[in-house]
Design a protein around this ligand. Structure first.
Ligand code: SF4
Length: 389
Protein backbone atom coordinates (compact mmCIF):
# COMPACT_ATOMS: atom_id res chain seq x y z
CA UNK A 1 0.00 0.00 0.00
CA UNK A 2 1.60 3.25 -1.12
CA UNK A 3 0.97 5.27 2.06
CA UNK A 4 1.86 2.50 4.46
CA UNK A 5 5.32 3.94 5.20
CA UNK A 6 4.72 4.21 8.91
CA UNK A 7 2.72 1.74 10.98
CA UNK A 8 0.01 4.37 11.32
CA UNK A 9 -0.27 4.99 7.57
CA UNK A 10 -1.60 8.47 6.80
CA UNK A 11 -2.75 9.13 10.37
CA UNK A 12 -0.80 11.99 11.88
CA UNK A 13 -3.08 12.82 14.84
CA UNK A 14 -2.22 11.97 18.38
CA UNK A 15 -5.46 10.15 19.17
CA UNK A 16 -6.03 7.16 16.87
CA UNK A 17 -8.35 5.53 19.40
CA UNK A 18 -10.72 8.51 19.21
CA UNK A 19 -11.34 7.67 15.55
CA UNK A 20 -11.87 4.01 16.44
CA UNK A 21 -14.35 5.02 19.14
CA UNK A 22 -16.44 6.89 16.57
CA UNK A 23 -16.55 3.76 14.41
CA UNK A 24 -17.76 1.62 17.32
CA UNK A 25 -20.29 4.24 18.39
CA UNK A 26 -21.66 4.27 14.84
CA UNK A 27 -22.61 0.62 15.36
CA UNK A 28 -19.73 -1.12 13.58
CA UNK A 29 -18.54 -4.43 15.02
CA UNK A 30 -14.95 -4.50 16.29
CA UNK A 31 -13.89 -6.73 13.37
CA UNK A 32 -15.43 -4.34 10.81
CA UNK A 33 -13.92 -1.34 12.55
CA UNK A 34 -10.43 -2.90 12.37
CA UNK A 35 -10.85 -3.61 8.64
CA UNK A 36 -12.23 -0.14 7.90
CA UNK A 37 -9.54 1.58 9.97
CA UNK A 38 -6.67 -0.31 8.31
CA UNK A 39 -8.02 0.27 4.81
CA UNK A 40 -9.02 3.89 5.18
CA UNK A 41 -5.83 5.08 6.90
CA UNK A 42 -3.34 2.56 5.51
CA UNK A 43 -2.33 1.43 9.00
CA UNK A 44 -0.78 -1.91 9.86
CA UNK A 45 -3.50 -4.33 10.85
CA UNK A 46 -1.88 -4.68 14.31
CA UNK A 47 -2.16 -0.94 14.87
CA UNK A 48 -5.79 -0.91 13.70
CA UNK A 49 -6.48 -3.74 16.17
CA UNK A 50 -4.74 -1.82 18.94
CA UNK A 51 -6.77 1.36 18.31
CA UNK A 52 -10.03 -0.59 18.22
CA UNK A 53 -9.23 -2.60 21.39
CA UNK A 54 -8.43 0.61 23.23
CA UNK A 55 -11.68 2.17 21.97
CA UNK A 56 -13.64 -0.91 23.08
CA UNK A 57 -12.09 -0.71 26.56
CA UNK A 58 -13.02 2.97 26.80
CA UNK A 59 -16.67 2.66 25.77
CA UNK A 60 -18.05 1.59 29.19
CA UNK A 61 -16.24 4.52 30.82
CA UNK A 62 -18.23 6.93 28.63
CA UNK A 63 -21.49 5.43 29.84
CA UNK A 64 -20.65 6.04 33.49
CA UNK A 65 -19.64 9.72 33.25
CA UNK A 66 -21.49 12.17 35.49
CA UNK A 67 -23.55 14.43 33.20
CA UNK A 68 -22.20 17.49 35.02
CA UNK A 69 -18.77 16.11 35.94
CA UNK A 70 -15.40 17.79 35.62
CA UNK A 71 -11.89 16.61 36.43
CA UNK A 72 -9.09 18.56 38.06
CA UNK A 73 -5.42 18.55 37.08
CA UNK A 74 -2.85 20.16 39.36
CA UNK A 75 0.71 20.67 38.12
CA UNK A 76 3.73 20.64 40.41
CA UNK A 77 6.59 21.72 38.15
CA UNK A 78 9.54 20.56 40.23
CA UNK A 79 11.85 17.55 39.84
CA UNK A 80 15.02 16.45 41.60
CA UNK A 81 16.96 16.75 38.30
CA UNK A 82 16.11 17.05 34.63
CA UNK A 83 15.91 13.89 32.54
CA UNK A 84 17.84 13.86 29.27
CA UNK A 85 14.70 13.65 27.14
CA UNK A 86 12.52 16.08 29.13
CA UNK A 87 10.98 19.15 27.54
CA UNK A 88 8.69 20.10 30.39
CA UNK A 89 9.17 23.28 32.34
CA UNK A 90 10.62 21.85 35.49
CA UNK A 91 12.97 23.24 38.06
CA UNK A 92 15.74 21.25 39.71
CA UNK A 93 15.44 21.39 43.48
CA UNK A 94 18.27 23.89 44.17
CA UNK A 95 16.74 26.46 41.87
CA UNK A 96 13.28 25.40 42.99
CA UNK A 97 13.95 25.63 46.71
CA UNK A 98 13.44 29.39 46.53
CA UNK A 99 10.19 29.07 44.60
CA UNK A 100 8.39 26.09 46.16
CA UNK A 101 6.89 28.00 49.12
CA UNK A 102 5.56 30.84 46.95
CA UNK A 103 4.38 28.41 44.32
CA UNK A 104 2.33 26.43 46.85
CA UNK A 105 0.75 29.62 48.17
CA UNK A 106 -0.18 30.75 44.65
CA UNK A 107 -1.55 27.32 43.86
CA UNK A 108 -3.73 27.34 46.97
CA UNK A 109 -5.23 30.65 45.83
CA UNK A 110 -5.99 29.18 42.41
CA UNK A 111 -7.53 26.13 44.11
CA UNK A 112 -9.85 28.35 46.20
CA UNK A 113 -10.81 30.44 43.18
CA UNK A 114 -11.52 27.40 41.02
CA UNK A 115 -13.45 25.64 43.80
CA UNK A 116 -15.79 28.62 43.95
CA UNK A 117 -16.44 28.42 40.18
CA UNK A 118 -17.07 24.66 40.33
CA UNK A 119 -19.45 25.14 43.24
CA UNK A 120 -21.44 27.88 41.55
CA UNK A 121 -21.64 25.82 38.34
CA UNK A 122 -22.90 22.82 40.33
CA UNK A 123 -20.27 20.57 38.78
CA UNK A 124 -19.28 17.28 40.38
CA UNK A 125 -15.55 16.57 40.58
CA UNK A 126 -15.15 13.13 39.03
CA UNK A 127 -11.37 12.64 39.10
CA UNK A 128 -8.29 14.48 40.35
CA UNK A 129 -4.76 14.12 38.96
CA UNK A 130 -1.71 15.74 40.53
CA UNK A 131 1.15 15.53 38.06
CA UNK A 132 4.21 17.44 37.04
CA UNK A 133 7.12 17.47 37.21
CA UNK A 134 7.25 15.26 40.24
CA UNK A 135 4.70 16.21 42.92
CA UNK A 136 6.58 14.19 45.54
CA UNK A 137 9.48 16.63 45.20
CA UNK A 138 7.43 18.59 47.75
CA UNK A 139 7.99 17.71 51.39
CA UNK A 140 5.42 15.68 53.34
CA UNK A 141 4.36 18.92 55.08
CA UNK A 142 3.91 20.79 51.79
CA UNK A 143 1.89 17.91 50.31
CA UNK A 144 -0.21 17.78 53.45
CA UNK A 145 -0.84 21.52 53.27
CA UNK A 146 -1.99 21.42 49.63
CA UNK A 147 -4.15 18.34 50.07
CA UNK A 148 -5.73 19.73 53.25
CA UNK A 149 -6.50 22.93 51.36
CA UNK A 150 -8.02 20.96 48.48
CA UNK A 151 -10.38 19.11 50.84
CA UNK A 152 -11.39 22.33 52.57
CA UNK A 153 -12.29 24.03 49.27
CA UNK A 154 -13.29 21.38 46.72
CA UNK A 155 -16.25 19.07 47.29
CA UNK A 156 -14.51 15.72 46.68
CA UNK A 157 -17.32 13.44 47.88
CA UNK A 158 -18.11 12.28 44.33
CA UNK A 159 -14.47 11.83 43.27
CA UNK A 160 -13.97 8.37 41.76
CA UNK A 161 -10.19 8.43 41.28
CA UNK A 162 -7.43 10.52 42.83
CA UNK A 163 -4.00 10.08 41.26
CA UNK A 164 -0.67 11.50 42.35
CA UNK A 165 2.45 10.98 40.27
CA UNK A 166 5.16 9.94 42.68
CA UNK A 167 7.27 9.55 39.54
CA UNK A 168 10.82 9.53 40.84
CA UNK A 169 11.57 6.82 43.39
CA UNK A 170 14.24 9.03 44.94
CA UNK A 171 11.51 11.45 46.09
CA UNK A 172 9.33 8.81 47.76
CA UNK A 173 9.31 8.44 51.53
CA UNK A 174 6.96 6.70 53.95
CA UNK A 175 5.93 10.11 55.36
CA UNK A 176 4.86 11.40 51.95
CA UNK A 177 3.03 8.17 51.06
CA UNK A 178 1.20 8.27 54.39
CA UNK A 179 0.12 11.85 53.71
CA UNK A 180 -1.24 10.83 50.30
CA UNK A 181 -3.04 7.85 51.80
CA UNK A 182 -4.50 9.91 54.64
CA UNK A 183 -5.99 12.29 52.08
CA UNK A 184 -7.68 9.58 50.05
CA UNK A 185 -5.30 9.33 47.09
CA UNK A 186 -6.35 6.13 45.30
CA UNK A 187 -3.71 5.76 42.61
CA UNK A 188 -0.02 6.61 42.33
CA UNK A 189 2.66 6.32 39.68
CA UNK A 190 6.18 5.13 40.38
CA UNK A 191 8.11 5.45 37.16
CA UNK A 192 11.25 3.45 36.51
CA UNK A 193 11.53 4.27 32.76
CA UNK A 194 14.31 1.65 32.71
CA UNK A 195 15.49 -1.01 35.13
CA UNK A 196 19.03 -0.88 33.67
CA UNK A 197 21.46 1.13 35.80
CA UNK A 198 23.60 2.15 32.81
CA UNK A 199 20.54 3.69 31.16
CA UNK A 200 19.37 5.46 34.32
CA UNK A 201 22.85 7.03 34.49
CA UNK A 202 22.71 8.12 30.85
CA UNK A 203 19.27 9.71 31.13
CA UNK A 204 20.12 11.59 34.32
CA UNK A 205 17.88 9.89 36.82
CA UNK A 206 19.73 9.77 40.08
CA UNK A 207 18.34 6.51 41.37
CA UNK A 208 18.96 2.78 41.12
CA UNK A 209 16.69 -0.10 40.08
CA UNK A 210 16.84 -1.18 43.73
CA UNK A 211 15.36 2.17 44.80
CA UNK A 212 12.49 1.58 42.38
CA UNK A 213 11.77 -1.80 43.97
CA UNK A 214 12.04 -0.36 47.50
CA UNK A 215 9.70 2.55 46.67
CA UNK A 216 7.20 0.12 45.19
CA UNK A 217 7.23 -2.18 48.25
CA UNK A 218 6.95 0.83 50.54
CA UNK A 219 3.88 2.02 48.61
CA UNK A 220 2.29 -1.42 48.99
CA UNK A 221 3.06 -1.37 52.72
CA UNK A 222 1.37 2.03 52.95
CA UNK A 223 -1.75 0.51 51.41
CA UNK A 224 -1.60 1.57 47.75
CA UNK A 225 -3.34 -1.09 45.70
CA UNK A 226 -3.42 0.79 42.40
CA UNK A 227 0.06 1.63 41.14
CA UNK A 228 1.10 2.64 37.64
CA UNK A 229 4.65 2.24 36.35
CA UNK A 230 5.96 3.98 33.21
CA UNK A 231 8.70 2.55 31.02
CA UNK A 232 10.21 3.89 27.81
CA UNK A 233 11.09 1.84 24.72
CA UNK A 234 14.05 3.13 22.71
CA UNK A 235 16.01 4.92 25.45
CA UNK A 236 19.53 5.93 24.34
CA UNK A 237 21.86 2.93 24.31
CA UNK A 238 19.15 0.38 25.07
CA UNK A 239 18.83 -2.87 23.14
CA UNK A 240 15.80 -5.10 22.72
CA UNK A 241 17.11 -7.38 25.48
CA UNK A 242 17.60 -4.47 27.87
CA UNK A 243 14.01 -3.36 27.28
CA UNK A 244 12.80 -6.94 27.86
CA UNK A 245 14.75 -6.96 31.11
CA UNK A 246 13.05 -3.73 32.22
CA UNK A 247 9.59 -5.11 31.53
CA UNK A 248 10.34 -8.38 33.25
CA UNK A 249 11.66 -6.58 36.36
CA UNK A 250 8.65 -4.27 36.43
CA UNK A 251 6.14 -7.10 36.08
CA UNK A 252 7.80 -9.01 38.91
CA UNK A 253 6.52 -6.16 41.07
CA UNK A 254 3.07 -6.65 39.57
CA UNK A 255 1.81 -3.07 39.18
CA UNK A 256 -1.86 -2.71 38.25
CA UNK A 257 -0.99 -0.50 35.28
CA UNK A 258 2.08 -0.44 33.05
CA UNK A 259 2.48 2.39 30.55
CA UNK A 260 4.86 1.78 27.66
CA UNK A 261 6.06 5.02 26.09
CA UNK A 262 8.16 5.23 22.96
CA UNK A 263 11.15 7.56 23.03
CA UNK A 264 10.24 10.93 21.62
CA UNK A 265 12.92 13.46 20.68
CA UNK A 266 11.57 16.72 22.02
CA UNK A 267 13.03 19.91 20.62
CA UNK A 268 13.70 21.61 23.93
CA UNK A 269 15.34 18.55 25.52
CA UNK A 270 19.04 18.08 26.19
CA UNK A 271 18.79 14.92 24.11
CA UNK A 272 17.81 16.96 21.05
CA UNK A 273 20.61 19.43 21.69
CA UNK A 274 23.32 16.76 21.93
CA UNK A 275 21.72 14.15 19.71
CA UNK A 276 24.94 13.09 18.00
CA UNK A 277 26.39 11.92 21.35
CA UNK A 278 23.72 9.23 21.83
CA UNK A 279 22.99 5.93 20.16
CA UNK A 280 19.29 5.67 19.43
CA UNK A 281 17.40 2.51 18.53
CA UNK A 282 16.31 2.02 14.92
CA UNK A 283 12.62 2.09 13.99
CA UNK A 284 12.59 -1.68 13.59
CA UNK A 285 14.21 -2.24 17.01
CA UNK A 286 11.69 0.00 18.78
CA UNK A 287 8.87 -1.56 16.83
CA UNK A 288 10.03 -5.00 18.04
CA UNK A 289 10.10 -3.65 21.61
CA UNK A 290 6.51 -2.38 21.52
CA UNK A 291 5.32 -5.59 19.86
CA UNK A 292 7.01 -7.55 22.61
CA UNK A 293 5.42 -5.31 25.26
CA UNK A 294 1.97 -5.94 23.79
CA UNK A 295 2.45 -9.73 23.67
CA UNK A 296 4.06 -9.94 27.09
CA UNK A 297 1.68 -7.66 28.98
CA UNK A 298 -1.46 -9.13 27.43
CA UNK A 299 -0.16 -12.63 28.22
CA UNK A 300 -0.11 -11.49 31.87
CA UNK A 301 -3.79 -10.58 31.74
CA UNK A 302 -3.38 -6.85 31.14
CA UNK A 303 -5.20 -5.05 28.35
CA UNK A 304 -4.46 -1.83 26.43
CA UNK A 305 -6.92 0.82 27.56
CA UNK A 306 -5.46 4.18 26.58
CA UNK A 307 -3.02 5.35 23.97
CA UNK A 308 -1.63 8.43 22.28
CA UNK A 309 1.04 9.41 19.83
CA UNK A 310 3.54 12.22 20.10
CA UNK A 311 5.61 14.18 17.61
CA UNK A 312 9.04 12.80 16.76
CA UNK A 313 8.56 9.39 18.34
CA UNK A 314 11.03 6.77 17.19
CA UNK A 315 9.45 4.65 14.45
CA UNK A 316 6.33 6.89 14.44
CA UNK A 317 4.96 4.57 17.10
CA UNK A 318 2.70 5.19 20.10
CA UNK A 319 2.40 5.19 23.89
CA UNK A 320 0.08 2.57 25.34
CA UNK A 321 -1.12 1.92 28.90
CA UNK A 322 -1.95 -1.67 29.88
CA UNK A 323 -3.94 -2.37 32.99
CA UNK A 324 -5.39 -5.27 34.89
CA UNK A 325 -9.19 -5.51 34.62
CA UNK A 326 -10.81 -2.91 36.85
CA UNK A 327 -7.76 -0.64 36.95
CA UNK A 328 -8.16 1.52 33.82
CA UNK A 329 -7.37 5.09 34.83
CA UNK A 330 -10.49 7.18 34.31
CA UNK A 331 -8.57 10.45 34.14
CA UNK A 332 -6.29 9.13 31.38
CA UNK A 333 -9.30 8.07 29.34
CA UNK A 334 -11.15 11.36 29.85
CA UNK A 335 -8.19 13.41 28.75
CA UNK A 336 -7.28 11.29 25.77
CA UNK A 337 -10.80 10.78 24.47
CA UNK A 338 -11.67 14.42 25.25
CA UNK A 339 -14.97 13.45 26.84
CA UNK A 340 -14.88 15.63 29.92
CA UNK A 341 -13.87 19.16 30.90
CA UNK A 342 -10.51 19.08 32.64
CA UNK A 343 -9.70 22.14 34.71
CA UNK A 344 -5.94 22.57 35.05
CA UNK A 345 -4.29 24.49 37.83
CA UNK A 346 -0.69 25.48 38.31
CA UNK A 347 1.91 26.59 35.84
CA UNK A 348 1.74 25.04 32.38
CA UNK A 349 -1.86 23.99 33.02
CA UNK A 350 -4.12 23.84 29.97
CA UNK A 351 -7.80 23.76 30.88
CA UNK A 352 -9.93 22.10 28.21
CA UNK A 353 -13.66 22.61 28.25
CA UNK A 354 -15.60 19.95 26.40
CA UNK A 355 -19.14 20.48 25.22
CA UNK A 356 -20.32 16.89 24.77
CA UNK A 357 -23.43 17.88 22.82
CA UNK A 358 -21.44 19.63 20.08
CA UNK A 359 -17.95 18.12 20.58
CA UNK A 360 -16.69 21.69 20.85
CA UNK A 361 -13.45 22.07 22.79
CA UNK A 362 -11.99 25.31 24.14
CA UNK A 363 -8.73 25.88 25.94
CA UNK A 364 -7.57 28.21 28.70
CA UNK A 365 -3.81 28.45 29.19
CA UNK A 366 -1.81 29.15 32.32
CA UNK A 367 1.72 30.48 31.88
CA UNK A 368 4.50 27.91 31.75
CA UNK A 369 7.21 29.26 34.04
CA UNK A 370 6.75 28.92 37.82
CA UNK A 371 8.11 32.42 38.39
CA UNK A 372 5.63 33.93 35.89
CA UNK A 373 2.83 31.89 37.41
CA UNK A 374 3.54 33.29 40.87
CA UNK A 375 3.85 36.86 39.60
CA UNK A 376 0.87 36.76 37.24
CA UNK A 377 -1.49 34.71 39.38
CA UNK A 378 -4.31 37.31 39.28
CA UNK A 379 -4.29 37.12 35.50
CA UNK A 380 -4.48 33.29 35.63
CA UNK A 381 -7.47 33.54 37.97
CA UNK A 382 -9.24 35.99 35.66
CA UNK A 383 -8.73 33.63 32.73
CA UNK A 384 -10.62 30.98 34.70
CA UNK A 385 -13.67 33.27 34.86
CA UNK A 386 -14.64 32.08 31.39
CA UNK A 387 -15.56 28.76 33.06
CA UNK A 388 -18.44 30.40 34.93
CA UNK A 389 -21.79 29.32 33.54
S1 SF4 B 1 10.66 13.23 35.87
FE1 SF4 B 1 9.40 13.80 34.12
S2 SF4 B 1 9.02 16.01 34.36
FE2 SF4 B 1 10.75 15.47 35.70
S3 SF4 B 1 12.58 15.88 34.51
FE3 SF4 B 1 12.08 13.71 34.20
S4 SF4 B 1 10.78 13.67 32.37
FE4 SF4 B 1 10.86 15.78 33.09
Amino acid sequence: MEFNETPWGILSGIRPSKIATKLLLSGMSEADAVKYFAEKYGTDIKKAQLAVSVAAAELPVRQSLYPDGVSIYIGIPFCPSRCLYCSFVTCGTKQAAKLIGKYCEALKKEISYTADIIKSNNNKIETVYIGGGTPTTLSAEELDDILTHMYSTFDLQYCKEFTVEAGRPDTITADKLNVLKKHGVTRISINPQSMNQSTLDIIGRAHTPEQIRSAFYLARECGFDNINMDVIAGLPGETYDMFKHTLSEVEQLSPEDTTVHVMSIKRSSRLHEYLEKYKLSSSSEVSAMVDYAYDYLTSLGKHPYYMYRQKNQLGNLENVAYSRPGFDSLYNIYIMEEIQTIISLGCGGVTKTVDRATDRIERIFNVKEPKDYIERLDEMLKRKDTLRQ
